[in-house]
Design a protein around this ligand. Structure first.
Ligand SMILES: [Zn+2]
Length: 195
């Protein structure tokens, strides 16, 4: 075998190997949780018409998925109510804003607890709305109803007065290695992103 022929074979093998790998420097993209019903939507997950505009976001998930605090905060509500089901309100003290987590399977925090961004505060479920409105033979759709507000209030569809679109302050997937702005409230997704 000539020297030239030997090198060509080696390069072919090297080329094949390089193609099989992720190109050097390519960013690793994490996939954010899927939105089933956006802010102000008139449709609920599953396509049913709402009685009023959606005051939050419904994220897709499976029963038991970890629900994460979207920012540092204090637990100011952790209990069951009709439409919210098992729910949590976090107050983000420095900013006068609140985040709401509804439809939970289990609550892992207590009133007055201080929580940090990314902390698992609950498990996703079908309590409240998904069970209340499920029509046989349809199964309740597991989801996380995630809200942002300037005040803590009961969850009423169509009540947009004190709410904001959570996506307007969401900067991406929670990353423990990142430093987040302390000048304004920034939210990370309240569910884990898929790698
Ligand atoms: Zn919702």
């Amino acid at each position: 075998m000539s020297w030239r022929r030997c090198m060509t074979g080696w390069l072919a093998v090297a080329g094949f190997t390089a193609q099989a790998l992720v190109p050097f420097g390519a960013p690793l993209r994490a996939e954010p949780p899927r939105i089933l019903s956006p802010y102000k939507s008139m449709f609920a997950p599953g396509g049913r018409m709402r009685t009023g505009a959606h005051p939050a976001i419904d994220f897709d998930g499976r029963i038991g998925d970890p629900v994460l605090a979207a920012a540092d905060g204090t637990v100011v509500y952790a209990a069951e109510s009709t439409l919210c089901g098992n729910g949590i309100w976090l107050r983000h003290d420095a900013f006068g804003l609140y985040t709401l987590y509804c439809q939970l399977e289990k609550i892992h925090v207590r009133l007055g607890d201080a929580v940090t961004r990314g902390q698992v505060i609950a498990a996703l479920g079908v309590s409240g709305e998904p069970t209340l409105r499920a029509v046989h033979p349809r199964e309740p759709i597991p989801m996380l109803h995630f809200g942002l507000g300037t005040a803590r209030m009961a969850r009423f569809d169509g009540e947009l007065e004190n709410t904001l679109d959570p996506m307007s302050m969401t900067v991406g997937c929670f990353d423990a290695a990142k430093t987040y702005s302390a000048d304004r409230l920034v939210l990370t997704y309240p569910l884990r992103c898929k790698d």
